[in-house]
Design a protein around this ligand. Structure first.
Ligand code: HEC
Length: 147
């Protein structure tokens, strides 16, 4: 759904961290905090295992070749793949970017850059510091169109 991230194929550790921190009210949206109220650690571990094992299925809109190329260039220049893995599938506590929704990625990056992502890792605010909005749009387009 618009603005809602895809969970399939996210690293298990990332999902566990996200779910626990959201349940504790440290991060996530109010809606997600409500959803996770009273969910046990065991259930969270099972949820994370379930989604991590699913095959991600990207459904991006039409691809703009120039924007895609610009995104690829910006991602390389900023070495996003050193943490998110060279194919951007994510690992450990680093989320998968490849095939994620474009609208969600852009909003997440804007929120990190403007320091309004609740409970967000400061490493990401630092990674995106000074990157122009047009380049963030290119990054979102690029990642969304990766397999
Ligand atoms: C030093 C390691 C590191 C680098 C370099 C890095 N990231 Fe991240 N990134 C993370 C971590 C860790 C998270 C999860 C942060 C959190 O929990 O708030 C994250 C989260 C994200 C998210 C949120 C995705 C989601 O599903 O919530 C986006 C988008 C993102 N990174 C994009 C980028 C881009 C674009 C670059 C390069 C400009 C980049 N990252 C470089 C470690 C890194």
């Amino acid at each position: 759904m618009a603005g809602v991230p895809s969970l399939a194929g996210q690293p298990r550790v990332f999902l566990e961290h996200y779910l626990v921190m959201t349940r504790e009210g440290i991060r996530g949206t109010e809606l997600m905090q409500q959803v996770l109220k009273g969910v046990s650690d065991r259930e969270i571990a099972a949820i994370a295992r379930h989604y991590a094992a699913l095959e991600p299925r990207a459904e991006p809109g039409p691809r703009d070749a120039a924007l895609f190329e610009r995104g690829r260039h910006v991602a390389q220049a900023h070495r996003c793949g050193t943490c998110h893995a060279p194919d951007y599938r994510g690992r450990e506590q680093m989320p998968r970017l490849a095939g994620q929704r474009e609208d969600f990625l852009l909003e997440a990056m804007l929120a990190y850059r403007e320091n309004r992502r609740r409970g967000g890792d400061t490493i990401m605010a630092a990674s995106l510091y000074g990157i122009a909005e047009a380049d963030l749009k290119a990054l979102a387009h690029y990642f969304a169109h990766l397999p």
